[in-house]
Design a protein around this ligand. Structure first.
Ligand SMILES: *Cc1c(COP(=O)(O)O)cnc(C)c1O
Length: 389
């Protein structure tokens, strides 16, 4: 007899794929149209029904969605756009894509979401748009952000890459009740997936029509005013757009996944509750606070540890976690710390709350296929490694 070490490995996020998901893709693969077919429209309609928004366009990924939103809202050189430093870099990079000036507003430590007071402090006559990010799946205080923007004639794009399935004040994130547009990501680590993919919801017909053109080269097709004169083959182009299209294969997967989003949400909320129940007794570990206005489909479960106070080396602790099979991640390195933003004049110390948060945070594994015993095992392992750090 010998005892084999069973080394269980857990990442921080992972897709959940069902037989239905696989069959729905296979069906499209067997059909005539595998890129621009009927599933695209069906998926867009389903997202409208789910979120309550009037219009939706699905695109290649959320980064493309953010880029197109900036163009459609006419953000250009000389315009300032405010976002959070505690996000994935794409939330800020999209402002640079169109020549806009990136401004950051610090976070509130309780939720790690952008602080509305900090937004107010950074508004100028050049402020053109705001990009609040719903961190870890919890919506920002959109009614406060929306009324601030409305009073000043500023546009709002919600970066809801973490937040498909989440509710704010009883309405779905993506309803755009307090914004011009909402962007979702369907990357495999997010709340639901299309492999790669993204979507924009909006209640503005004008915005929708602009986005539709920009998604596919800026090409105008099937316009009777043109085809009657020139021939049925004719197409026109007024403004160079992009190929940011999603495929029908991806849309079929998205449709199938969207059917399960509420189940995913229940599972994700249950896992977060279980982590809190097991770990919150440990005075070294704390969690983000969920506000009354939120009912989040949690994308991340950050464990917050004051490493400095406890005199624990975070780098070593993180490596030890990997050795123990917990292949975790830190969300996020503050965006203004990256070389590109440093070269624009941002410095360490500019956004102390985001920076303090970054020092403390490590994201625990959170995805629907984790069982309760997995979560218990992960929490136990995490504490054991922390005890020995
Ligand atoms: C993942 C993510 C993005 C980018 O999404 P892609 O679909 O990978 O382009 C943008 N913003 C935030 C906050 C994200 O988490």
């Amino acid at each position: 007899m010998y005892q084999k070490m069973i080394h269980r490995i857990f990442g921080y996020g992972k897709q959940s794929i069902s037989l239905d998901d696989i069959e729905s893709i296979a069906k499209v693969l067997n059909s005539d149209l595998i890129s621009q077919g009927p599933k695209i429209n069906e998926f867009e309609t389903a997202i409208c029904e789910y979120t309550g928004a009037k219009y939706c366009i699905v695109v290649a990924n959320a980064t493309a969605a953010l880029h197109l939103s900036m163009i459609a809202l006419d953000v250009k050189s000389g315009d300032e756009v405010i976002t959070t430093p505690l996000t994935f870099m794409a939330s800020a990079n999209c402002i640079s894509y169109v020549g806009g000036t990136v401004k950051f507003a610090d976070i509130e430590p309780e939720t790690a979401n952008i602080d509305v007071k900090e937004i107010k402090n950074r508004l100028t006559t050049k402020t053109k748009a705001l990009i609040p990010v719903h961190f870890a799946g919890q919506s920002c205080d959109m009614s406060a952000i929306g009324s601030l923007a409305k009073a000043r004639g500023i546009s709002v794009v919600e970066d809801a890459s973490h937040a498909i399935g989440s509710d704010y004040n009883g309405a779905k994130v993506g309803s755009c009740a307090h914004s011009d547009a909402t962007v979702f990501s369907f990357h495999p680590v997010k709340n639901m997936t299309t492999g790669e993919g993204g979507a924009i919801t909006t209640n503005s017909k004008e915005l929708y029509e602009k986005l539709l053109l920009l998604r596919s080269h800026g090409m105008v097709k099937n316009d009777p005013q043109l085809t009657d004169v020139h021939g049925k083959w004719f197409y026109e182009m007024h403004r160079p757009g992009f190929n940011y299209r999603m495929t029908d294969l991806q849309a079929a997967l998205g449709l199938s996944q969207l059917k399960r989003i509420d189940k995913f949400k229940e599972k994700r909320r249950g896992i977060v509750s279980l982590y809190k129940k097991i770990l919150a007794e440990d005075s070294r570990i704390s969690f983000l606070v969920e506000k009354n206005y939120s009912n989040a489909c949690f994308h991340l479960c950050p464990a917050l540890i004051d490493f400095e106070n406890l005199k624990i080396d975070k780098k070593k602790f993180f490596n030890d976690l990997w050795e123990a099979g917990l292949h975790l991640q830190v969300h996020y390195i503050p965006v203004h710390w990256f070389a590109y933003y440093r070269n624009l004049g941002f410095c360490k110390g500019d956004f102390p709350n985001a920076e303090k948060y970054y020092e403390k945070t490590i994201s625990l594994p959170l995805y629907p296929d984790l069982s309760d015993s997995d979560v218990e095992y992960i929490a136990e392992t995490f504490v054991k490694v922390l005890d020995n750090a």
